[in-house]
Design a protein around this ligand. Sequence first.
Ligand code: NCD
Length: 312
Amino acid sequence: MPSRHIVKAVDLTPAELHKLFWEASMLEVRNRNPQTLQGRIVGLFFYEPSTRTMWSFDSAVKRLGGQTTVTAEAGLFSSAVKGETFEDTIKVVSGYVDALVLRHPDSGSAQIASTVSSVPIINAGDGANEHPTQAFLDLYTIWNQYVNGRRALRFRPLHIVFHGDNRHSRTVRSLALLLATHAKELGIHIESVTFCGSGIYIDPPSEVVWALAKSGIRVAKWTEELPTAHPTDVLYVTRSQKERHGEHADTVPSILPDNTLSRLSADGLIMHPLPRTGEIPVSYDSDPRAKYFEQAKNGLYVRMALLQMLLG
Ligand code: NCD
């Protein structure tokens, strides 16, 4: 059977996402670790720095009874330094494991890896392109708040704001594309998506705008302030992705405006894929709507559920 790769956020169907979310919420609620990955080895092969993604995958595999092989600085400590091609390296390392979680600075690298790998590739971030497992846990966080365990009748269409470096953030790209294509089928109805922030990188890539508009979602750009016409339900903040700014690497980050909390709905969410670098003041952490640490924790359950789906 050919390997099932997760290269893009939309590589899971809405039905699979629904199953993934139920499974993740069961893992979270029951707090038990089924040993579904016993005898399996998952490779974590990272060419870029990572804390959350690396640790949560590592922990997820081990909680499910599997083992990991980890290379945290693959650019320095793999045969790349000897001049081996990326394709050859992936061909070789995929022969040692049952799945390969890959992070790489180049957009498209996960897709290339999936064409030469003998085992499932899970894209853990490829340049400014995609970060599908982050999008899964982000959407899970939204689904948990507005859909899980609630009656459909109480559900209202959501206003979502992306604030920060919407141009270069792979987490914004993956989540926005997922919202455009799969959210409705998961019971998440979105009325508007607004792109905010300061500086020159507020606008998302054009295909993101197209995808959202095509699915009937109102798309707006509102510059620094959050929208005034309606409360914001989901505020998704990102840091300035300096490593992708080239000669503009000194761009000033987008800081949330002072009146942010007053523009959020009472059951709203403040999300951030983390790390934060000053965009969200620490004083927000005690607000019950600040969900970024819970969101990071959700990454563990969602990645456990995904590994079970692919390998269990
Ligand atoms: C994100 C990433 O690597 O794209 N981090 C993460 O995986 N949680 C966000 C970021 O680095 O800004």
